[in-house]
Design a protein around this ligand. Structure first.
Ligand SMILES: [Mg+2]
Ligand SMILES: [Zn+2]
Length: 170
């Protein structure tokens, strides 16, 4: 079975602008594309992103799709392709099974893509990301783009090294 690196999107892969609805705001965090491009092709890269702006009526489905397409376009230009993209469109009061910290998106990806969760890893900038990863049985680390008290990994140079170590690529 395939190992996966689950990735939160906003604040982890791209600058977090809050309820993103304009592709022009998409900016990759420094070093993210290079770190992911350095991983071997047998590590599946899977985006798992809460987008409650949809439930809140702040973002239309078309806007959300355009933002995601731009994220994928910019990563593709750097040689990075995602095996899956999972979006929770719900709000915190909807009681869904997919909004992180629930592990539904990771479990769906495991089913869809044949992933070995016990050999997989989740990276994200919120406690909910780490909780979702652990609930799915993955290793999980908290990322930050700038130093902070709760971060396990600050910046993509550090994150890339830890991810490579997890997957035995040092
Ligand atoms: Mg985030
Ligand atoms: Zn959901």
């Amino acid at each position: 079975m395939t190992r996966a690196l689950f990735l939160d999107r906003d604040g982890t892969l791209i600058v977090d602008v809050g309820y993103p609805r304009d592709p022009a705001t998409v900016a990759l965090l420094p070093g993210a594309a290079a770190a992911l491009a350095a991983l071997p092709a047998d590590v599946a890269l899977v985006i798992v992103t809460n987008q409650s702006g949809l439930a809140r009526g702040l973002v239309t489905p078309a806007e959300a799709a355009a933002v995601q397409a731009e994220v994928e376009r910019q990563f593709a230009a750097a040689g990075v392709r995602f095996a899956g993209v999972y979006v929770c469109p719900h709000g915190p009061d909807d009681g869904c099974r997919c909004r992180k910290p629930a592990p539904g998106m990771l479990l769906d990806a495991a089913r869809d893509l044949g992933l070995d969760l016990g050999r997989s890893m989740m990276i994200g900038d919120k406690a909910a990301d780490v909780a979702a990863g652990r609930a799915a049985g993955c290793a999980a680390l908290r990322f930050a783009s700038a130093p902070g008290p709760e971060a396990d990994l600050v910046g993509w140079a550090a994150a890339g090294a830890r991810i490579a170590a997890h997957f035995g690529l040092e």
